[in-house]
Ligand binder design. Structure first.
Ligand code: NDP
Length: 794
């Protein structure tokens, strides 16, 4: 009796990890860091400085210099100078350097973990057992891809100089996520860590020299938001990879618009943690600890919205509260604590403020301890009795705060889970595999975990949809973010331009028998008149009128998008069925071969052999994407856990297609076919010169079993229509072939709902060339990969 009582009363004593080595390292650097550029550590004269503090006790660890504009330029120039020779060195040479980096990090894992914990406030248990091992895995994994690049990624080349901007929640892991794939593929990088957590990046910089990273391939610059802004907008940067808040992601999208930069944004989240009544509730409780109290909830994919099936809600909430009593807080270097300090006073204030102001709208807060601002300790918290529109349910808190709601039925659970502007991740908890595998694909998110949460691996892509950003990091899909196709050819227009000046008079003078033909829009499977009632002449090459076409406006675009939304059943049709529809379309188009060849000749001014070649290539292209429909499938990743991660390419949703002016028939099919083969719905805006050709396809589409709303076509002013499309909140992606003004306009307007944009110069490719006009590049743009983690075993 006595013994059992004293066991119950046993207290943990501190088990502190020593910070001696880390402190010595800081001292050896005079506790001051400048920039790592061209393989050297540089200090500027009279540079602004930022103090780096330990959030757990406010002690000053070091100071960093703020890189000014000149220094940013220096870093970009160093990266630019080194990049070509780094790529030319070949995959094996790069693999050896990445391997050396992995080995060196492994050798210094302890000191890096301690530095990370001192700098960030996260428990040493997490930096030691999760962050640093995962970072090492990223370097090993990508050393492998460097080795295999020439054979497995043939036809692709590095994008060039990459700017990488990372946040403070996983400073070293994010560095590894960003740097490893970029340099593996032959890019050079300039990385900017967050101003509050730069120390492990500085340690890493010292390892670079030892690992044999050539000078200038990896550059690391310190500074605050302005430094990041200057870096991302630098004209010699070819790609920006950003992780951080949605607000800054938007700012970067805006500042880089029209610069032909590649962009990946990994932004915020408000992930659902969905528990069905058949889940193992004890596992669920441990899953919640991993989902929302891991890293103090400062995790973009934290499971911050707990949705519980009503019949088990009471029971589960009681279990969670009991578990909360056992979570231990203490100094982050204590090896036996669960929850550390928030990263900064600012973050502590932000979490406290969000919770306080959110509670004014109702809800009950449960905490086992009080917040302690002197240590930036915010206790694990749950909030109950809120509805789905409550600010605490909608806003990313980025702290250890879990809001709890209930649902009755499976459809309601899916609806609630998807009721957010974010789409980064979610988890499903059920012992019924049929249910879990049904719900996981229905959740709008880039990553879904089944019966687990916050699992990561280098082989499994990570990234979001909607306002959680776009692009993937990790996995093969992550490599393409740092590559571009080699075969892109820049050719001039094949067909000749219409003489517009002479055409206006021809409108009056034309005696063409077809002058009264008015081709309507194609919306929702029907031929529709323009909302404004206006038509414009579509001209033949010689200036005569081929037909009249509608002049679309904002309302027409709205109607087309609405029709596309209603056709969402297309995404769940089988790939086999989508292929059959495409084949049928090709079959019906072939019947009209002579007519289309004649139209191409009249409209584009090309000779019969060229028109015939374009028509034949069009049929072949439809066949290609019909073939791909059931072959562009996913992968099953062998990540280091007992389970399988399914990487499934999913359609993006509604894609706006703004077409080039030349090769109008083939260009249309080259854009529409891959998009719809993958299950998307499209709104197509033809190039201005040959608008009629695409509308002539409508009668073929109508007879080819393509469901209404899957393809919608609006003609008119390309700039005006594409602006409406780019501004439409339900259009998830835009592919555009236009001049630089048009592209800039589209990228700027797309900021609102953070659309994926894929913009090109009008004449950047010859659609007849199979290497640039067709292929997996288009299919990758038509999909994003969802990784579904599925553990198994008893
Ligand atoms: P930010 O998005 O501001 O910071 C992320 C990175 O971007 C940092 O390196 C930052 O530099 C840099 N940065 C800031 N402004 C610009 C700019 N205009 N152009 C380019 N780079 C810029 O996140 P915060 O640190 O301010 O955190 C605010 C909130 O963002 C958090 O409370 C959380 O909700 C969310 N967040 C989300 C993350 C995620 O992974 N989804 C990660 C971090 C934060 P510096 O730090 O030096 O200012």
């Amino acid at each position: 009796m006595k013994l059992s009582k004293s066991i119950e009363e046993l207290e943990y004593s501190q088990a502190l990890e020593s910070d001696k080595e880390a402190m010595e390292w800081l001292e050896s650097n005079g506790r001051k860091f400048g920039q790592f550029i061209g393989g050297e550590f540089l200090f500027q004269k009279n540079a602004d400085q930022i103090k780096v503090t330990n959030p757990a006790d406010s002690s000053v660890l070091a100071a960093i210099e703020v890189a000014d504009d000149k220094t940013v330029d220096l870093a970009v120039t160093a990266a630019s100078k080194s990049q070509k020779s780094w790529y030319k060195a070949g995959g094996h040479a790069r693999a050896k350097v990445l391997y050396a980096l992995a080995r060196l990090i492994q050798k210094h894992a302890r000191v890096i973990s301690v530095l990370e914990t001192l700098d960030n406030g996260k428990p040493i248990r997490e930096s030691r057992d999760s962050d640093i091992p995962l970072a090492i895995r990223h370097f090993y994994y990508h050393a492998g891809w460097a080795q295999l690049q020439e054979s497995e990624l043939a036809g692709q080349e590095p994008v060039g100089v990459v700017a990488q901007i990372i946040p403070w929640n996983f400073p070293f892991l994010m560095l590894a996520w960003k740097i490893a794939p970029a340099i593996a593929m032959g890019n050079s990088i300039v990385l900017k860590p967050a101003e509050s957590t730069p120390l492990t990046a500085m340690f890493f910089a010292q390892l670079c020299t030892e690992a044999g990273v050539p000078k200038g391939v990896i550059n690391i610059i310190n500074g605050a938001g302005n430094t990041g802004a200057t870096l991302s907008a630098h004209p010699n940067v070819n790609k920006v990879a950003f992780t951080g808040s949605t607000a800054v992601g938007r700012a970067i999208r805006k500042s880089t618009a029209g610069q032909s930069k590649k962009l990946t944004l990994e932004l915020g989240g408000k992930s659902a943690f969905v528990v069905f009544d058949d889940a193992d509730l004890d596992s669920v409780v441990e899953g919640i600890v991993d989902a929302i109290w891991y890293n103090q909830g400062e995790v973009c994919c934290a499971g911050s919205r707990l949705l519980i099936q009503a019949s088990v809600e009471k029971k589960l909430v009681a279990k969670i509260k009991k578990r909360m009593e056992t979570l231990r807080f203490g100094t982050p270097l204590d090896k036996s604590i669960d929850v550390g300090s928030l990263v900064s006073d600012k973050q502590f204030e932000q979490v406290s403020h969000l919770v306080k102001s959110g509670l004014k709208s109702g809800g009950n807060l449960f905490q086992c301890e009080k917040p302690d601002s002197s240590k930036n300790y915010y206790p694990p918290s749950i909030i109950t009795d809120v509805d789905s529109s409550h600010p605490l349910v909608q806003e990313e808190i980025f702290g250890p705060v879990l809001v709890i709601m209930s649902f009755r039925t499976q459809p309601e659970a899916i609806q609630l889970a998807n009721n957010t502007r974010y789409g980064l991740s979610a988890s499903v908890w059920s012992e019924n595999i049929n249910r879990a595998m049904h719900v996981a694909p229905a959740l709008i998110a880039g990553v879904v975990w089944i019966n687990c949460h916050n699992k990561f691996d280098a082989a499994c892509g990570f990234g979001g949809v909607k306002e959680s950003g776009f692009g993937r990091e990790g996995g093969k899909e992550g490599l393409y973010e740092y590559l571009k196709p080699i075969q892109l050819k820049y050719k001039t227009t094949k067909g000749a331009s219409v003489n517009k000046a002479s055409s206006i008079s021809n409108v009056q003078n034309s005696t063409s028998s077809e002058i009264d033909r008015t081709l309507k829009f194609y919306i929702g499977g029907k031929q529709v008149r323009p909302d404004g009632g206006n038509s414009i002449p579509a001209l033949n090459f010689d200036g005569s009128i081929s037909a009249w076409v509608g002049q679309g406006n904002r309302k027409d675009i709205r109607n087309a998008v609405e029709a596309a939304r209603k056709a969402n059943g297309w995404a769940s049709k089988t790939a086999h069925l989508r292929a059959q529809v495409l084949y049928f379309f090709a079959e019906n188009l072939t019947v009209r071969k002579d007519e289309f060849i004649k139209r191409l000749m009249e409209t584009c001014g090309v000779k019969k052999p060229e028109a015939t070649a374009e028509f034949n290539a069009t049929i072949s292209r439809i066949f290609s994407y019909a073939a791909w429909a059931d072959k562009f499938d996913g992968a099953a990743h062998d990540a280091p856990y007992r389970g399988v991660t399914l990487a499934l390419p999913e359609p993006i949703g509604i894609i706006g297609l703004v077409a080039p002016d030349h090769q109008p028939l083939l260009a249309a099919i080259s854009l529409i076919a891959p998009a719809i083969a993958m299950g998307n719905r499209v709104v197509y805006i033809p190039g201005e010169q040959y608008q009629n050709i695409v509308l002539e396809l409508v009668s073929v589409m109508e007879t080819s079993d393509i469901p209404g709303g899957v393809i919608n076509i609006i003609t008119g002013d390309k700039k005006e229509l594409s602006s409406h499309l780019a501004g439409h909140g339900e259009v998830e992606s835009i592919w555009c072939w236009g001049d630089s003004d048009l592209n800039k306009n589209i990228e700027s307007i797309s900021v609102e709902n953070l659309k994926r944009t894929w913009c090109h110069e009008n004449n950047d490719r010859d659609w007849l060339d199979i290497n640039s006009g067709e292929g997996t590049e288009f299919l990758r743009k038509a999909t994003h990969v969802k990784n579904i983690w599925t553990p198994y075993g008893d």
